[in-house]
Design a protein around this ligand. Structure first.
Ligand code: MEV
Length: 432
């Protein structure tokens, strides 16, 4: 059989046959086996999460131990490959625990999706038909929404958006959904695809509409969820922050933090990295709980541009000698269904969190994003981030070079005031 035809049948091959085709040494092929999760029951679930699985790819799960939100304590599980994130969030949480911790609330839970179509007929006819179109598609979609309605969710709104000024003949059926504790992507997309079919059928059946003038392009949820948001806040006296600043070698810490947020508000170079630091925490909690972090990021970065210019997602202020910081952002996530209930480690992460519902998890994600941002700004406006990063970087390099415990202790002392690089650490270890 030619190579090409083997590649096109790749998904049909056994795991062993797939591995045999990969350009890997025997040692590397063995590594694919060694990296597999040892527990059969877990391995079987993870194997099935994706196509063409040949091995498993692990990241550390760490715990931020000191998170207080709305007066309640949480251990927060975080899955990330970036070495300083868990420590940074824990540090911020430790600081804010002395000031009542974080406050958070949900600002809405409505999700959105659209049927995108082109209508070359009279606009007025389409507008006039809208109530009948709505009734028709709602009836047709009933069998899909029934269960969700029983759980208190379903379709919350349908509007027709006329976007013909921006793109000739282009309209959207803009649909709102309440999906309760589910992220709801499958539910929303199933509804929208049924609506797409129903719209077409309506045009075929309606005596005044000419279906040849209707061209439905697609039906899909939107990750831009302006009405599915949470907000987290912290505040403390300026003096308390400044005394903390003195301890870590920074004068006027409150003012410096304020300025750091102001810079990210007006400047895109800084805003993107500032917001990336927020998602360091949010993504880590999203991964731990089996949530779609790409959806969260896409929605959040778009939200950061909602005023026409990409800007900081956090805001800070000093008023009446009180420093406060706030993070408000869209968060579409779920605590039932999806990977959350499938991946044994996500289930376990939810248990560590006390099995929150979606609204509580939204708030926790906003809190973790705020903690992550606060900690980054704390480091940046005082010692810089390299000191902390380099410590973890050194430990990773030492691990890679299989340093002994005695070498590790000596290397940590030696590199305390020196720049860490792979070559320098290698040189240090081979010189001793
Ligand atoms: C690094 O992953 C994240 C930071 O760059 C965030 C920031 O600059 O605010 C430290």
């Amino acid at each position: 059989m030619s190579q090409l035809s083997v590649y096109s049948r790749f998904s049909k091959l056994s795991r062993e046959e797939k591995i045999a085709l990969l350009p890997l040494s025997n040692d590397s092929k063995n590594l694919l086996d060694k990296a597999m999760i040892g527990n059969e029951a877990i391995a079987v679930v993870i194997d099935k999460l994706s196509e063409n699985t040949v091995s498993h790819f692990s990241f550390p799960m760490g715990i931020a131990p000191n998170i207080w939100m709305n007066g309640k304590h949480y251990f927060v599980p975080l899955v990330t490959e970036e070495s300083s994130i868990v420590a940074a969030i824990s540090k911020a949480a430790r600081f804010w625990s002395d000031f009542g911790g974080f406050n958070a609330k949900v600002l809405g839970t409505e999700k959105k999706g659209q049927v995108h179509f082109f209508w070359k007929g009279e606009k007025s006819l389409l507008m006039a038909k809208l109530p009948a179109i709505k009734d028709f598609i709602l009836l047709r979609v009933n069998s899909i929404t029934r269960q969700m309605v029983k759980r208190g969710g379903g379709i919350t709104s349908i509007t027709l958006d006329d976007l013909t000024v921006e793109l000739p003949y282009y309209y959207q059926l803009n649909v709102g959904f309440e999906t309760k504790d589910a992220m709801g992507a499958n539910f929303i997309n199933s509804c929208l695809e049924e609506m797409k079919k129903s719209l077409n059928q309506f045009a075929i059946c309606d005596l005044e509409m000419d279906e040849s003038l209707l061209d439905i392009n697609m039906a899909i949820l939107s990750n831009y969820t302006l009405n599915c948001k949470a907000v987290a806040t912290v505040s403390c006296p300026v003096d308390a922050l400044n005394s903390y600043g003195e301890k870590i070698g920074t004068k006027n810490l409150a003012l410096r933090l304020l300025q750091a947020v102001q810079i990210a508000k007006i400047n895109i170079n800084r805003a993107v990295t500032h917001n990336k630091g927020i998602y360091n925490g949010i993504d880590a909690l999203a991964i731990a709980t089996g949530n779609d972090w790409r959806a969260l990021e896409a929605g959040g970065h778009a939200y950061a541009s909602r005023n026409g210019k990409y800007s900081s997602l956090t805001v800070a202020k000093i008023e009446n000698n009180i420093f406060s910081m706030e993070l408000e952002l869209p968060l579409t996530l779920g605590t039932v269904g999806g990977i959350t209930n499938l991946h044994p480690m996500s289930k376990l992460a939810m248990e560590i969190l006390g099995n929150p519902d979606a609204a509580e998890l939204m708030q926790l994600m906003a809190v973790i994003g705020l903690a992550s941002n606060f900690s980054a700004l704390l480091a940046l406006t005082s010692t810089g981030i390299q000191k902390g990063h380099m410590k973890m970087h050194l430990s990773n390099i030492l691990l890679q070079l299989k340093a002994s415990s005695e070498q590790i202790i000596r290397a940590e002392t030696y590199f305390n005031d020196k720049t860490v690089s792979f070559t320098e650490v290698e040189k240090f270890l081979s010189a001793k």
